[in-house]
Design a protein around this ligand. Structure first.
Ligand code: NAG
Length: 433
């Protein structure tokens, strides 16, 4: 056992050591400067900003990203970049480089949220009830920015970069559906960026290992027998049954989970009844469950079903629970690969400076990039996008804003991670590991 541990530790250090020796600051430094120089040119920056604003004005929900996908393809064509489409309905996979291994993937999500934008600005959403409140509009603009930077260096790339524009991240597992397509075969490693208003522009953050929770959703329909409010004894009241179920569900985390483990069960909606003096036939509740371990997800899901069914039965009602497994949900835990994390972190430290690279706290948010992390060494980093003229708003807020300066950092970070990955691993170092 001891021996095994020390071998593992030794291997870990060899791995980290080989990464830092292969990533040369004297190469990555000037590369970063050069990329930033290009991204700072007014022409380049305005081009990215315009793309982001156009997408922001016409937000599209998951698997409906028709205009967004069209815009991406039109820009790739103008850049002379080849692409495969459709991949998972609206998805686009662009290819830049030699066409040979190593194949490295950069990923952006394209979908918006069913939220009414409440920000008063020139480019607010023109579609009622839909908004880019999670920054995916900026993710697309950054990745197109990276496409332009990479295309200008296509003859120097020591391998191939796949730029993945993905549909349906918000609960529809777009990543899962894209990964089934042959356009994503044989990719050696993947990298993704997410904006985060918590940090100012110029900062990036991430962590090795689990970084975002595995997350699933469910709805439960609790059926009773409706009737007059004055004669409850002739009814089976689903409102009381649903209320007891909601309260009982709170004990899964507080009483059944190791206090040192992280899980969440939240009920986000209750719908039932139409009149104050009528007992309805049924009540629908819906919620989400999360865990930092895949076993935790499975256990939580099992208990949600048992608790709701049993609480319904106590009140002589029936429950039917839908875990949306056809979607497919839950999303697995997002686990950053140690090596890929170290690589991107080192690149960030060289191009942005060490003080601007932070260790990101784990959060219970979910992300379908987790399907990439399950399949290949991958890492997701957040980049600061705080707009100084606004109180920082959370992702998914109707008041969500970004600082568009973040687009430059995103484009450069994407391109620098990809180029240096190919430089580092084109001799097959990664395969040996
Ligand atoms: C900050 O957000 C506002 C939207 O309210 C926007 O008009 C402005 O351009 C943003 N600032 C930057 C630097 O992007």
């Amino acid at each position: 056992m001891r021996l095994l541990v020390s071998i593992t530790v030794m291997l870990f250090f060899m791995f980290t050591f080989s990464l830092s020796t292969h990533l040369k600051p004297e190469v990555v430094g000037p590369l970063g400067d050069q990329l930033f120089e290009a991204a700072k040119s007014p022409e380049f920056f305005h081009w990215m900003v315009n793309i982001r604003r156009k997408i922001h004005e016409y937000p599209e929900l998951g698997f409906e990203e028709i205009k967004t996908s069209e815009l991406i393809r039109a820009e790739l064509e103008k850049l002379g970049v080849e692409y495969t489409w459709p991949v998972a309905k609206t998805g686009v996979v662009a290819t830049i480089g030699s066409g040979q291994q190593p194949l490295f993937a950069l990923r952006a999500d394209m979908d918006a949220l069913p939220i009414q934008e409440l920000v008063d600005w020139d480019h607010r959403s023109k579609i009622d009830g839909k908004m880019h409140a999670c920054g995916h509009d900026s993710h697309v603009a950054m990745l197109l920015g990276a496409a332009k930077l990479l295309q200008s260096k296509r003859h120097e790339l020591k391998g191939t970069v796949k730029l993945i524009f993905q549909p349906g991240e918000e609960g529809m597992a777009g990543a899962y559906h894209m990964l089934k397509h042959s356009a994503l075969d044989d990719i050696k490693a993947a990298f993704a960026i997410h904006v985060l208003p918590f940090y100012p522009v110029g900062f990036v953050a991430s962590r090795p290992g689990p970084v975002l929770a595995g997350s699933g959703r469910f709805t439960a329909t609790i059926r009773g027998t409706g009737g007059h409010a004055a004669t409850p004894h002739y009814s089976k009241d689903p409102i009381v049954a649903a209320s007891m179920a909601v309260v009982a569900l709170q004990q899964i985390v507080s009483r059944e989970t190791d206090p040192l483990e992280s899980r969440v069960v939240t009920i986000g909606q209750i719908n039932g009844g139409q009149a104050d003096n009528v007992i309805p036939e049924s009540v629908r509740i819906g919620g989400t469950y999360r865990s930092l371990s895949n076993q935790g997800l499975i256990d939580t899901k099992t208990r949600i079903k048992e608790v709701i069914e049993a609480q319904a039965a106590v009140h002589q009602c029936q429950a039917e629970i839908d875990f949306k497994e056809e979607t497919p949900l839950p999303y697995p835990v997002t686990v950053n690969d140690e090596g890929m994390y170290e690589h991107a972190k080192t690149v960030a430290e060289i191009i942005l400076g060490k003080p601007k690279v932070h260790l990101l706290p784990v959060t219970m948010g979910g992300e379908d990039f987790s399907f990439f992390t399950q399949k290949m060494p991958s890492a997701v980093f957040v980049i600061g996008s705080r707009n100084q003229s606004h109180v920082p708003e959370h992702l998914h807020s109707p008041h969500f804003v970004i600082d568009e300066e973040a687009l430059k950092v995103g484009a450069v970070f994407h391109a620098a991670v990809a180029i240096s990955y190919l430089d580092t691993y084109h001799h097959g170092v990664h395969d040996e590991l």
